[in-house]
Each structure stands twice: as structure tokens, then as C-alpha cells.
Design a protein around this ligand. Structure first.
Ligand SMILES: [Zn+2]
Ligand SMILES: [Zn+2]
Length: 237
């Protein structure tokens, strides 16, 4: 119902910026001034997890988020930090039923897909991080899956829903990195009859926090014989 209502609002007020609400006529949903407040991740940053780093990186650089763990994905590409207007947009999209914001968030994912780490190898499929069926009923939609479908239309990379979430986990926001990893063990599994052997896959989620969720999904894909696993997210928390 909320989704329907917001879609109707969008139909009647198509030219107001979704960030500041001011009228605009550029045909985009987010005005240039609001877009400019979304903080882009500038080099230097970790090639593995896109974590920005203060100062210059020399050859010996090791990222505090990645150095002491064996991550199953090759890289996670996030081009923006989940702050300011972008954090607000993601939150409204995910929790407040502002489904039409998918179109705005898609633009950030398209930028991530242009990154050299993604462009270097072909992508055979987009794999959205799955929700548990109970969570799906609560929320009404899977935010990652909806974004993957929109991204697929623009990039022609098919969506492969080859992972399922078997266990319901409580919200992770209060957990640190180690607790998140423990909490997520054995949560994901390969869906029946999914043949992903030899494929180059790109996982997709809305926000990257510690990378634990994407790591667990990547473990499942690796065990199923996937050739390479990269990931894109709208933003990095
Ligand atoms: Zn604006
Ligand atoms: Zn890192």
C-alpha cells in the first residue's frame, strides 16, 4: 500500500528532487546540488573492499578491514560512502516503502559497474543477496533483488537467484565484525538446481558494512565452483 502511494506521489510530482524536495526540470530524480553532497570514495582506497584510506599507500599497504581474514570475494566495488543524502535515500528505499527511489540508487550502481575491477572480466550474472522469507514478508520486497533487476535491464547481465537464506538472523547493526561473521555462519546455501560452475558472478547488495554478508555468499558460490566472485553495492557504510 505504501509502495503504491509513493508511486502515485511520484506520478503527480515528477519534477521534485527526492533529496531536498525542490522543483527541478532536469528530468532526474536527484538534483545536482543533492547529488554533489553524496561523498565519492576517492583514492587511495583498498582494492579489495573499497575502504578509503588516509594518506598515501605504498606497496606494503594492508587494509585493516581485510588483512587478517581470507575473504572469499575478489573485490567489493562501492563508489560512494553511505553518508548524507545517499544514506537517507537508501534508508527510505529500504525501510519506508519509497520504492521509486530504486531509480536513483540504480545510478550509483551503474557507476560501480564502470569500475575497472568490474570491467576487467566479463560478468555472467548478477546475484542479489537474498532475504529470509520471513524478512521478505515483513519488508514486502528484497531491496537487493529489486536493484539487481533494474541493473540487469541496463547492463544486460542476467539476474541469477542462485543463493537462498536458510536461517533467520537478527539485525546485525549492533554487531562488530567478528560477531557478524559468527552470526552469519551457514546462513546461506546454494539453491537447488543452480549450476554456476565456471561462471564469473557479481554479487549485489545495497550497503557494504564489514563485508561479512558478501563474504558468506561468496563462500557458497566458491564451493559451487564459481570462477570469480566480485560484488557491487550502492554505497559503503
Ligand atoms: Zn535536491
Ligand atoms: Zn580492505
Amino acid at each position: 500500500m505504501r509502495i503504491l502511494l509513493n508511486t502515485l506521489v511520484e506520478l503527480f510530482y515528477p519534477s521534485n528532487c527526492v533529496g531536498c524536495g525542490h522543483p527541478q526540470d532536469s528530468g532526474t530524480l536527484l538534483c545536482q546540488r543533492c547529488k554533489a553532497t553524496a561523498p565519492r570514495i576517492q583514492p587511495p582506497f583498498c582494492q579489495r573492499c573499497s575502504r578509503p584510506y588516509e594518506g598515501a599507500i605504498d606497496g606494503e599497504f594492508s587494509c585493516p578491514n581485510c588483512e587478517d581474514r581470507a575473504l572469499a570475494f575478489d573485490c567489493v566495488v562501492s563508489v560512494y560512502q553511505a553518508k548524507g543524502v545517499l544514506r537517507d535515500l537508501i534508508h527510505r528505499y529500504k525501510y519506508s516503502g519509497h520504492f521509486h527511489l530504486r531509480r536513483v540508487l540504480l545510478e550509483f550502481l551503474l557507476e560501480a559497474m564502470q569500475d575497472p575491477r568490474i570491467q576487467a572480466t566479463r560478468a555472467d550474472g548478477l546475484v542479489p543477496v537474498p532475504l529470509h522469507p520471513t524478512r521478505l514478508r515483513e519488508r514486502g520486497f528484497n531491496q537487493a533483488e529489486a536493484l539487481a533487476e533494474a541493473l540487469s535491464k541496463r547492463t544486460r547481465v542476467p539476474v541469477l537467484q542462485c543463493i537462498e537464506r536458510r536461517l533467520y538472523t537478527s539485525t546485525q547493526t549492533r554487531f562488530d565484525r567478528v560477531e557478524r561473521m559468527r552470526n552469519l555462519r551457514n546462513v546461506f546455501a546454494l539453491r537447488k538446481n543452480s549450476d554456476v560452475r565456471g561462471k564469473h558472478l557479481v554479487l549485489l547488495d545495497d550497503v557494504l558494512t564489514t563485508g561479512s554478508t558478501l563474504h558468506e555468499c561468496a563462500c557458497v558460490l566458491r564451493a559451487a565452483g564459481v570462477e570469480s566472485v566480485r560484488a557491487v553495492t550502492v554505497a559503503r557504510g
